[in-house]
Design a binder for this molecule. Structure first.
Ligand code: FE2
Length: 294
């Protein structure tokens, strides 16, 4: 069949096809630079697992978590971003009013000038957390969950609450929060949206499958940012970028950095730069560029 068709081709068509083939060899397909995200950029500091203790001199696994956050806050304050998101485990190890007061005092100079969005982690106590940061133990959006939404330039941020039991590893959004998320996503406009929570999907977020049943078909959801594992990693699920932030407080293995991530976010993608202040600092300054799914 192939030979018959070849014989029937007009010479001019053969020549045209030949030129096209040559052209494609000479001019390879242009791949867009994943870091070229346009000019409408919002710059944010992303932190996780600060694990501040009631005693500032507290050390765990060789790290003074208070000192780490102090150093990170100084770095952020020297070149102020548009805001911060901290994905939970603010305290060590069961949350307490004193721990949250230490946390607040370290970030007070930044909080005066910029928004700081906070997730609840499994080492936070929700009542103390809410009292410290909202002034009331009554969660605003749905009962017993701390949820926040914010617009950040070209991006929408949604902060979710995955705390299930204090000081145990598993977490869960739960049926009411999943229903809220599904309803909210259906009602809001098509602004590219990034979700933030504490627990790592797959590993310890018990309703990961149900979460992705909601967000995978919603194309405006571009990324999920979380902490919990104290590992700095990038992966994807259904085209949604999974961004696992390093811990600011301490690592569980010497292979992992301790620090924070500077994010430049646009409607097309994100650029994520590691600022390592301890642990494995070999990747300090390294940038990951991600392009959002269409
Ligand atoms: Fe943690």
């Amino acid at each position: 069949m192939f030979k018959v068709l070849t014989r029937q081709l007009h010479k001019r068509r053969v020549l045209t096809m030949g030129l096209a083939a040559t052209s494609s060899i000479l001019t390879p397909p242009v791949e867009r630079d994943p870091c070229d995200h346009g000019r409408d950029v919002t710059r944010w500091a992303l932190l996780s697992d600060t694990h501040i203790h009631a005693k500032p001199n507290y050390r765990f696994l060789g790290f003074n978590t208070y000192g780490n956050l102090q150093r990170v806050a100084d770095q952020i304050g020297a070149n102020m971003p548009e805001g911060l998101v901290i994905t939970g485990d603010l305290a060590r190890s069961r949350g307490s009013a004193d721990a949250y007061e230490n946390f607040k005092s370290l970030l007070a100079p930044i909080a005066k000038e910029r928004p700081i969005h906070l997730c609840v982690g499994n080492h936070d106590r929700r009542e103390d957390f809410l009292l410290a940061f909202t002034g009331t133990t009554d969660a605003a959006t749905i009962k017993d969950r701390h949820i926040a939404t914010a617009m950040a330039g070209p991006i929408r941020m949604i902060v979710l609450d995955t705390l299930l039991y204090v000081n145990t590893f598993p977490g869960m959004l739960g049926n009411r929060q999943r229903t809220w998320l599904k309803t909210f996503l259906a009602a809001c406009d098509e602004t590219p949206t990034i979700l933030f929570c504490h627990h790592a999907p797959r590993a310890d977020l018990l309703d990961t499958r149900r979460l992705f049943e909601i967000i995978s078909p919603v194309r405006k959801v571009k990324a999920l940012v979380f902490g919990h594992s104290h590992r700095y990693e990038f992966s994807q699920r259904d085209g949604i970028h999974l961004i696992n932030l390093p811990a600011t407080g301490y690592n569980f293995t010497n292979a992992q950095p301790v620090g924070w991530v500077e994010a430049h976010l646009t409607a097309q993608g994100g650029q994520f730069k590691l600022h390592a202040v301890g642990g494995n600092t070999s990747q300090h300054g390294r940038t990951h560029c991600l392009r959002w799914r269409a």
